[in-house]
Design a protein around this ligand. Structure first.
Ligand code: SF4
Length: 99
C-alpha cells in the first residue's frame, strides 16, 4: 500500500488575487469521470462519455480556462484524481502546479 499523498499541500488558503490556468487534453481522456466526481462545477459529462471543462476555450483537442484562488482547491483535486493526467494546472508564471 502506498502512503497517502498530500494533494492540497500547495494550496494558498488566503485569496491572493492570483489566477491559474486549467489545460485539458480531451483527446487523451479515457472517460473515467473521476474529475466530474471531484469537481462537478467545472467538469460536465457529455454524451460521448467524456467531460467538457465548463465555459472553457477550445483549440483543437485542448480546452483551457482561467480560474481564481477560490476555484483552485477543487480544480487541483480533479487534476490529482485523473488516472491519465490529462488535466493540468499552471500558475501565472507558467509553472505546472498539478498534478
Ligand atoms: S478523470 Fe481524467 S480520464 Fe477521467 S473523465 Fe476526467 S479527464 Fe477524463
Amino acid at each position: 500500500m502506498t502512503p497517502e499523498k498530500e494533494p492540497f499541500s500547495r494550496i494558498v488558503k488566503t485569496p491572493s488575487g492570483k489566477t491559474y490556468r486549467i489545460e485539458f487534453d480531451r483527446e487523451g481522456c479515457i472517460g473515467a469521470a473521476a474529475c466530474v466526481a471531484a469537481d462537478p462545477k467545472h467538469w460536465i459529462m457529455q454524451a460521448d462519455g467524456k467531460p467538457n471543462l465548463h465555459e472553457a476555450t477550445s483549440e483543437g483537442h485542448t480546452q483551457t480556462k482561467t480560474i481564481t484562488d477560490a476555484e483552485l482547491e477543487d480544480s487541483i483535486r480533479a487534476a490529482e484524481v485523473c488516472p491519465v493526467r490529462v488535466i493540468k494546472i499552471f500558475d501565472e508564471e507558467g509553472n505546472q502546479i498539478a498534478p
